[in-house]
Design a protein around this ligand. Sequence first.
Ligand code: PEP
Ligand code: MN
Length: 337
Amino acid sequence: MIIKLTKGTTTDQVNHIVKIFENLGMEVKDASGKEYGVLGIIGDTSKLSVRDIEAIEGVEKVTRIQEPFKKANKKMQEESTIVDVNGIKIGEGTFTIMSGPCSVESRDQILEVARSVKKSGAQILRGGAYKPRTSPYAFQGMELEGLELLKEARKETGMPIVTEIMSVDLVERFAREVDIIQVGARNMQNFDLLKALGKIDKPILLKRGLSATIEEWLMSAEYIMAGGNEKVILCERGIRTYEKFTRNTLDLSAVLAVKKLSHLPVIVDPSHATGKRWMVKKLAMAAAAVGADGLMIEVHNDPENALCDGAQSLRPEQFEDLVIDVKKILEVVNKKM
Ligand code: PEP
Ligand code: MN
């Protein structure tokens, strides 16, 4: 950590700052130049808050050298994490497609979509049983009944299931019954939920928050990992910007950033990123080209009548076409599904 001191800081103030860090067991090196006083802090500063240090009299600016996340940090673990989901390996070198409807709506719907996405090449079945909706009057999901239907679809197709958790109360049940537990964008900073998920041994799909920075997202992964659960898969699903044409703005550069900063797998969800069916395939291909470890794609057998996110849901034949074209990109980047 580097501390730039305010011009005209007195010796007493500097000594006071030095003492604060020495009392915390850190070494302080004077690296002052002609114009400004500069202190280099050596030691583990990850628990310190930049904002708190900048509040100390005489401190003008604090720059971190070390990232605040540790377990998720590539510097702490060079080899890429591969998350094993019932034998399906998610991470560097492979490509995994999770697909299915936004929400489980009926037995026929989930079974029909599951069969079709499996046939097209999806490895994991998605489907929301608990839906985080902006309006309390909108369809909230089939809840436990939806979970049972997902389990039935898993039994029939053999595909592992991923579904979103919204409440700490359901952690134990999801840990027993679900193959990947999804934390939605709206819950990315639900720290109680993240802590509870840190205590179980189950892969977690952590979506990027609506307005989360990459560092905040990785800090949320850190919450889960700090508890002992290191099976975290990140999912870029678009962030909120001033652009209104698309539902969100897909940040594909985040894939590269995460790959540079972390050893965790990262997949891309172009469905929620755009909100538009016709954009999904091209951005899925772009995600594969940029080095994502997989995709999450919404598919519905009757999108016009979907209870949630119909406008961004592909029809089964469009999904089949997407997989064919994504495979072409995978050949170029030397990856296999
Ligand atoms: C979803 O995947 O169903 C979902 C609600 O996505 P997000 O949390 O990214 O909005
Ligand atoms: Mn959705």
